[in-house]
Design a protein around this ligand. Structure first.
Ligand code: SF4
Ligand code: SF4
Length: 382
């Protein structure tokens, strides 16, 4: 081993210890070479229309680290484990049905939590390596967190498209930083999926494509974040989900028993992550911000979440919600919310629900909502 190797190893060890002290659960190192295979895959995905539209940066920026930091040499990936089990979960009962936010939206918005940790780690690195240039990213950065984590040996890529770590399963938030300083890379991990296909089989919409690809346009996690009316074929599949979808993670055997409560700020508040559906319908912007504004799931505002709550009430045939749904249908200024209420009243099909649809049909002027009202009334006549 050369003196440089010894120095490198000692530096790597110090970085690992500092990361642990900052509350980062795992770090890994990789070269900052271009992600050639990923570039090809993203190009095909884009051509097939599988992209979500939420991606940041061009395909080149997402796959070529040195476009983000000149002379990039190393990617340092980090993982922070989050809980998977909700203690004291409030029950969801007929008459008081509840929705659910996915686990990645529990606690404080992870972007903020990881950014704070990366800032501390960056300060340490800048003190350890004078003159180093660093660029940190969490999720919304151009570089793919997953590709970086896989190359850095943080975890392997599951058929559910998640990064699965041996220590925490896929219940981890990922972030990374690019450095213009070479550090010995770690080895990527072998996929452990084997013949298992549970996630692909369990996906309610068939969004997982064999070979570990995701058709975002079919994925409920993405659909919960859209702002228009949800296409008919996905409305019931939404179930009681308000934001995100965990199905392909909860069925994964690699996540069995994984429930890590390492970070106070990532602890869920039961009433916030499993709220009463009807309590969501008439929130003012201020109330929404005060209650949900710090959660990752609020980033698209209240409209998609309220739409999902309205649809969930219909899917669950919540008769006690008819007066509230009628109020949405007659009074909400947003056509998407009125359309969702019409659909849900059509699912509930009580005399009161039919009456509400009839009343609305006489006053509605938006063509999209009119169509939903008509279709909802036709269900009752079938
Ligand atoms: S998040 Fe849900 S909808 Fe999306 S791939 Fe996984 S199981 Fe399917
Ligand atoms: S459920 Fe099975 S196939 Fe899917 S990611 Fe987990 S181990 Fe792999």
């Amino acid at each position: 081993m050369t003196p440089t190797d010894v120095k490198q190893k000692a530096l790597k060890q110090r970085l690992k210890e500092e990361a642990a002290a900052i509350g980062i659960d795992k770090i890994g190192f990789a070269s900052a070479d271009p992600f050639v295979t990923m570039k090809e895959r993203l190009t095909v995905q884009q051509q097939k229309g599988y992209a979500s539209g939420f991606e940041k940066g061009s395909i080149a920026e997402r796959t070529e680290p040195d476009l983000l930091l000149p002379e990039a040499k190393t990617i340092l990936s980090i993982a922070v484990a989050y809980p998977s089990k909700l203690k004291d979960a409030p029950p969801s009962r007929k008459g008081s049905r509840r929705g659910v936010f996915c686990r990645a939206s529990w606690g404080e918005d992870y972007h903020h939590v990881l950014r704070r940790k990366l800032e501390k780690l960056q300060a340490f690195i800048e003190a350890e390596i004078p003159g180093v240039r660093v660029r940190s990213m969490v999720d919304t950065g151009e570089l793919s967190d997953r590709a970086a984590a896989i190359r850095s040996g943080i975890g392997w890529s599951g058929k559910n498209c998640a990064v699965i770590t041996p220590e925490f399963g896929s219940y981890v938030y990922l972030g990374e930083m690019i450095l213009d300083y070479a550090i010995e890379p770690d080895q990527p991990l072998e996929s452990q999926c084997g013949t298992c296909n549970k996630c692909v089989d369990a996906c309610p919409t068939g969004a997982l494509i064999q070979g570990g690809q995701l058709d975002s346009s079919k994925c409920i996690a993405f659909l919960t974040q859209t702002k228009d009316m949800l296409p008919e074929q996905y409305r019931k599949k939404l179930g009681n989900r308000l934001y995100g979808c965990d199905t392909c993670q909860t069925v994964c055997p690699e996540n069995k028993g994984m429930d890590h409560h390492h970070h106070e700020e990532l602890e869920p508040e039961p009433e916030k992550v499993k709220p009463l559906l009807q309590s969501m319908l008439f929130l003012s912007n201020k109330e929404f911000k005060q209650t949900y504004g710090k959660m990752a799931g609020s980033w698209r505002g209240k409209k998609p979440i309220q739409r999902n709550a309205v649809l969930a009430l219909g899917t669950l045939k919540e008769e006690a919600a008819v007066p509230d749904l009628q109020k949405v249908l007659l009074e909400d200024v947003r056509p998407v919310l009125r359309a969702a209420a019409a659909w849900s009243l059509g699912q509930i099909q009580t005399a009161d629900a039919q009456h509400a649809l009839h009343t609305a049909s006489e006053k509605e002027t938006d063509p999209m909502v009119e169509k939903e009202i008509l279709e909802a009334r036709m269900i009752g006549e079938e």
